[in-house]
Design a protein around this ligand. Structure first.
Ligand code: UD1
Ligand code: CA
Length: 459
């Protein structure tokens, strides 16, 4: 098979985004656009990838890492000029080069494969990926001759009235014979309304040399959306969300309101999971079979076990076991490890803590830097006092312990196995196993005293 190369154009500032963040780094479902582009295009088995960077070069390089080589375009003089920057790395190579824009995050691996196949079958020097746009405003138009062959591409800003009516648009994606591409680029000028070196001019240049140029019309215009501003960014988010949600539904996940459910690309969801409205699942999250998430729940990099239920809660970088019940209104902060069958109720915050099997923290508690054993009951309002303003300390609660309501456990401290802490205690010393610890002021009752209070005179 002929060698395959890709050039990703990602040097522009993205003026129309009106943003500090460089355009191709704007996320769509949590993933920078340029990363989506690379993820999809690499499915065609590329021998080399070159990303052209300029604005935000270091950030784009950090994002793509080793998956790409980089060429620097110091000044953004147009898409043709951008491709020329990859010359040193690629120009002497034989094979096919796909050029893609870093701002078309919705094009799928299948479309890239279809484009390659079409290009190779036709034996063309250039194949443009085109689409029919209901509203082609802003896109380059495909100009065909009377035999319906592609002649050239005209940019929106350079088009005359007749050309503006053409609905077939340039998606900004092309396959080229690699050597023919770099030769033709030598001839591109900046004699146009934007004073830029357009990559699109290569088509006419090849055509004038009587080289074969073709177009592959993809049936799905939606997929080829180029994101130039935040209105398009929101459209991209919507389309990708729909695509991902439908994939999960086809795999056996119930999504009650797909328009209102945001599942990022790397999330894994097993069968018979139910996702309620307003839920956001991010990063490397896995939700195992029969679990129920939401409504209004945010999970980021979490593992959620089988048959677990999480309502109206936020969980980050944590592992949650099977048959756990969380929420409503719980906050599971990083490095929580919640055992099977545990219960975490309303207004409970858990941070960097382990909770053993079957343990319960049902109401209004803070558990931070704690090792909690199994079958522990943590009463309402219990606080692990883990921080003295400088350092954090560990609280250990051994199996079967019972912590009475409104207790403060001043770390470092250990509550032994099977022990009881009386409600309202402030525990600052270890409690041995199988004991009862009471650490609160004794109660005094003054009988009849109420009348004295009630009869006090006003000053
Ligand atoms: C481009 C095409 C247009 C097509 C549209 C599809 C040209 C001249 N026009 O227009 O025909 O319909 O895409 O979405 O190619 N970039 C650089 N360096 C530069 C300029 C741009 O790296 O000097 C990068 C940008 O970061 C971006 C991509 O190239 O990722 C496309 O540039 P953009 O300015 O968005 O081109 P469009 O005006 O959308
Ligand atoms: Ca664009």
């Amino acid at each position: 098979m002929a060698k395959r190369y890709a050039i990703i154009l990602a040097a522009g500032q993205g003026t129309r985004m009106k943003s500090k963040l460089y355009k191709v780094l704007h996320p769509v479902l949590g993933r920078p656009m340029v990363q989506h582009v690379l993820d999809q295009v690499k499915a065609v088995n590329l021998d080399e990838v070159v990303t052209v960077v300029g604005h935000g070069a270091e950030l784009v390089k950090d994002q793509l890492g080793r998956e790409s080589q980089f060429a620097l375009q110091a000044e953004q003089l147009g898409t043709g000029h951008a491709v020329i920057q990859a010359e040193q790395l690629l120009k002497d190579k034989d094979g096919t080069t796909i050029v893609v824009c870093g701002d078309t995050p919705l094009i799928t691996d299948q479309t890239y494969l279809d484009l390659f196949e079409h290009h190779e079958k036709q034996n063309s020097k250039a194949t443009i990926l085109t689409a029919i746009a209901p509203d082609p405003t802003g896109y380059g138009r495909i100009i065909r001759n009377e035999n319906n062959q592609v002649e050239r591409i005209v940019e929106h800003k350079d088009a005359n009235e007749k050309e503006l009516r053409v609905q077939e648009i340039n998606t900004g994606t092309y396959c080229f014979d690699n050597k023919a591409l770099f030769e033709a680029l030598q001839e591109v000028s900046n004699d146009n309304s934007q004073g830029e070196y357009y990559l699109t001019d290569v088509i006419e240049i090849l055509k004038n040399k009587s080289e074969k140029v073709s177009a592959y019309v993809t049936p799905d215009f939606e997929e080829t959306l180029g994101v130039n501003d935040r209105v398009a960014l929101a459209k991209a988010e919507k389309t990708m969300k729909k695509r991902i949600n439908e994939q999960h539904m086809r795999n056996g996940v119930t999504i009650i309101d797909p328009d209102n459910t945001y599942i990022h690309p790397e999330v894994v969801i097993e069968q018979d999971v139910v996702i309620h409205p307003g839920s956001i699942l991010r990063g490397e999250t896995t939700v195992k079979a029969d679990a129920e998430v939401g409504p209004h729940t945010e999970l980021t990099n979490c593992i959620v076990g089988e048959s677990t239920v999480i309502k109206q809660s936020v969980a980050t970088n944590s592992k949650i076991g099977d048959r756990v019940n969380i929420g409503p209104y719980a906050h599971i902060r990083p490095e929580a490890n919640i055992g099977n069958g545990a219960k975490i109720g309303n207004f409970v915050e858990i941070k960097k803590s382990t909770l053993g099997e079957g343990s319960k923290v049902s109401h209004l508690s803070y558990i931070g830097d704690a090792q909690v054993g199994s079958n522990v009951n943590v009463g309402c309002g219990t606080i692990t006092v883990n921080y003295d303003g400088k350092n954090k300390y560990l609280t250990t609660i051994e199996d079967d312990a019972f912590i009475g309501c409104n207790s403060n456990l001043i770390a470092p401290v250990t509550i032994g196995k099977g022990s009881y802490v009386a409600a309202g205690s402030t525990i600052s010393k270890d409690v041995p196993g199988e004991s009862l610890s009471i650490a609160r002021a004794r109660q005094t009752n003054k009988e009849g005293y109420a009348a004295r209070i009630k009869n006090r005179k006003k000053d």
